[in-house]
Design a binder for this molecule. Structure first.
Ligand code: AHM
Ligand code: MG
Length: 374
């Protein structure tokens, strides 16, 4: 494979990233499959970037800036523990409990959950928290929350069933402005808002390197943790998802349990020689798709007729990131994920998310086959 380097201009003034375009065996340049972002020499830390971007926020009081920084701090603490897994007694299932969604809770789920709650509570930049690991919302006492206007939702360690086998896992987060008056406690309605109301969303991927990717509705940026200085440094500015891709990502083991239209689309992917990539850790799969293009699907199955993934702290934040990068995210009823009106905190949803051309292609299959008799 030949490699050529280009410096490309972008709308951002300080942007000097190189995109390495790879030329495949067939001589075609495949930007989608081999886009690499490379930072310039000037180091921009996450904190510096967040503070400099504060002017982008509609209500620039510094609260949201503080919240994003708190999440960065919690991510570093979680990263340290995830990296030690195997050396200390932190692997395996937590003592006798399932989480709020009925999934088996790992020890590291519990640890990551506690750290995030601790960091958010101590800084006092949000008034309430919701987590995959907690049945109900957690109020932050007014003495700490300084009457904050924000609520935070997260999945502290997504894909945690993979930890014991050293596969990458991630933290997913979503931030909303509360609807209720800030003189009283936050309410469930503050959390039950459609994804379009998110003021910020993102994820941290604890992978071969640790990367924090987030958006405040003004594009998507990624920050790689430099362990030597303990800082997240800007490495992926203004991320854009390739329009189209060569990979599809779905648990094909459930093929016979999928609806006809999904099975036909998967057959089509196979006919087209698309590669199948499925890590079983959604953050990792979405991160790959964000960079290389492709489609991720978790449709309904017999076990999960409404889909497995949680709308508020898995689908919505990842949909916001992907849309902000130029992608699409819909459910298998063809509704835009970000416009679904949530009814419950731990509501599940089906999802198809990724490169716009591939999501549109799936949509055509659903429209064509869903109406057919079985
Ligand atoms: P979790 O929140 O309990 O970790 O479950 C979510 C994970 C996703 O990261 C991943 O895409 C999916 O579950 C994998 O599910 P399956 O094993 O059914 O394919
Ligand atoms: Mg999860």
């Amino acid at each position: 494979m030949l490699q050529r380097s280009y410096s490309i201009p972008t709308p951002h003034p300080n942007h000097f990233f190189q995109i390495i375009m790879a030329t495949g065996k067939n001589g075609k340049t495949s930007e989608a499959s081999s886009r690499l972002y490379q930072p310039s020499n000037r180091i921009v830390t996450l904190d510096e970037f967040i503070i400099r971007s504060e002017k982008d926020f509609e209500f620039a009081t510094g609260e949201l800036t503080g919240l994003l920084r708190d999440i960065g701090v919690a991510a570093k603490i979680i990263n340290r523990e995830v990296n030690k897994a195997g050396l200390v007694n932190i692997l395996g299932v937590a003592d006798g409990s399932d989480n709020a969604s009925g999934d088996v809770q790992q020890k590291l789920d519990v640890y990551a959950n506690e750290k995030l709650i601790e960091c958010l509570k101590n800084s006092g930049e949000c008034c309430a928290i919701a987590s995959e690991e907690c049945e109900d919302i957690i109020q932050v006492e007014p003495v700490f929350s300084k009457k904050s206007n924000y609520v935070v939702l997260f999945d502290p360690l997504d894909g945690s069933s993979n930890i014991d086998v050293n596969v990458s896992v991630g933290t997913i987060f979503a931030i909303y402005r509360r609807k209720s008056d800030n003189s009283g406690p936050a309410t469930r309605e503050d959390f039950l808002q459609p994804g379009i109301k998110q003021v910020a969303a993102g994820y941290v991927l604890y992978g071969t390197s640790t990367i924090l990717v987030y958006t405040t509705g003004h594009g998507v940026n990624g920050f790689t943790l430099d362990p030597s200085i303990g800082e997240f440094c800007l490495s992926h500015r203004n991320m854009r998802i390739p329009e189209n891709g060569q990979f599809y990502s779905v648990n094909q083991g459930y093929y016979s349990k999928f609806d006809l239209e999904l099975r036909r689309y998967i057959d089509h992917c196979s006919d087209q020689n698309y590669g199948l990539r499925y890590i079983g850790s959604m953050v990792s799969d979405i991160h790959r798709i964000l960079i290389q293009g492709g489609i991720f699907m978790y449709p309904s199955t017999r076990k999960y007729p409404k889909g497995k993934l949680r709308l508020l702290y898995e689908c919505n934040p990842l949909a916001m990131v992907v849309e902000q990068a130029g992608g699409k995210a819909i459910n298998t009823q063809l509704k835009r994920i970000l416009e679904i009106e949530p009814k419950e905190l731990h509501q599940r949803s089906t999802i198809a998310i990724g490169s716009p051309v591939m999501v549109n292609e799936l949509q055509e299959f659903i429209e064509r086959y869903a109406a057919l008799p079985l």
